[in-house]
Design a protein around this ligand. Sequence first.
Ligand SMILES: *Cc1c(COP(=O)(O)O)cnc(C)c1O
Length: 393
Amino acid sequence: MSHPYTFETKLLHNKYKVDPATGGVSVPIQHASTFHQSSIDHFGKYDYSRSLNPTREALEDIIAELEGGLRGFAFSSGMAAISTAFMLLSQGDHVVITEDVYGGTYRMVTQVLNRFGIEHTFVDMTDLDAVEQAICPNTALLYAETPSNPLLKITDIKALSSIAKKHGAYTFVDNTFMTPYLQRPLELGADIVLHSATKFLSGHSDTVAGLAVVKDEQLANRLYALQNSFGAVLGVQDAWLVMRGIKTLSVRMNQSQDNARRIADFLKDQPLIKNVFYPGLESHPQSYLHAQQAAGPGAVLSFEFANEALLPGFVDSVKLPVFAVSLGAVESILSYPAKMSHAAMPPEERKLRGIGDGLLRLSVGLENADDLISDFQQALYGIETAAASREGL
Ligand SMILES: *Cc1c(COP(=O)(O)O)cnc(C)c1O
C-alpha cells in the first residue's frame, strides 16, 4: 500500500484517487446500510455498514497510510475513538495519563472508567521519572497528548513507549494537535494513535469525527471488534468531508503554522501577556525535544494575561478569531480553556495543572498574519488604555 512518495503527494495520490467503477476523481459516498449477498454460502466483503462500509473504509485506509500504521478506524467523534480505544482495557487495569489531558478524556477516565474498576494516575509527562514512579503492577496503558492541551507541554514519545514496553503496557498518543503531517507517533513506538478529526484533519469547522490507527495486527483485530461492538462509527457524508479536508492538510498546516510562529513572537513581547506557550518559541523549555520528534511546532498556542481581569475585555475587542470551542480550522479560533475545553475539570484541579483563569488558547487559521497581529494589537491597546484610565480616576 505504501509507496515512495513524500507526504504531500500521498495526501492526494493513494489507491482511492480514482473510483475503479466510474473513473470518478472523488471517493463515492456509499449510503447503503446493507449489501445484497449473492448466495447462501457466498457472502461478499461488505455485509452491513456498521461492520464495514466502502466510504468509511477509504478514510480508514488513508489515515492508516499517513500515520504509518497497519489499520485505521473511523468513529463518530474524537471522544468515540478515544473511548473505544479505552475499551481495550479490562477491570482491574491501571492507566497512567498526562495531567493536562483534553477535558473530555479527563471526564472519560475520572467519571466513566472508574465505575468499571479501571484506575488511573495523572502525571506530568514531561517528567519521565514521575511516569516510572506512577507505574503499578496492573498498569496496562500510558496515555499521552503531545503537545498537550492547553499548555503545549511535550512528552518524549520514544522514551514513553519504551517505558511502556518494559512494563508490558500499551502507549496511546492523541495526535490531534500535530496530525501525521508533523508527527507520527507509531514510528516512535506508540501502539495506537488517536485523533479528533474534527480539528486539523477535516479542518473547516464543519464535521465531528474521530480516528484511530494501530500498527499491530492483533491489536487492530481487537480494536475492530470493539468498533463493531460499540458501534460509534463515522457516517459516510462525514467520512467524505474528512477525506476532502485531508487533501489540503499540508498547505493548511504550513500557512497556519507560519502565522502561529509570527503571532507567538508578537505576543511574547507584549507587557500585558505574562506567558506564551508554544513549542516553536526558543523560550519553550522543551522546544528541542519537540523538534526531534515533530516536523514543526503546529498552529496552536496559548497565552496568559499578567492580570486576568483584563482577559474578558480582550475577548470582547478582538475581531478576527471566532470565540469558540474547538481548534484546527481554516479560521482562527480563540478559546477560554477554563470555561470551554477544561470545564469538565474541577477548578482546583485545573489550577494545579496551571490552567488558570488568565489563559487563552489560540488556534491559528489561514488569515493574513498581519491582519491577525493588527487585530490583537488594537485589542491589547484598547484594554491597556481602559485600565490606565480606570487607574487615573
Ligand atoms: C477535540 C479534541 C478531542 C475530542 O474530539 P471530539 O471530536 O470533539 O470528540 C480529543 N483530543 C483533543 C486533543 C482534542 O482537541
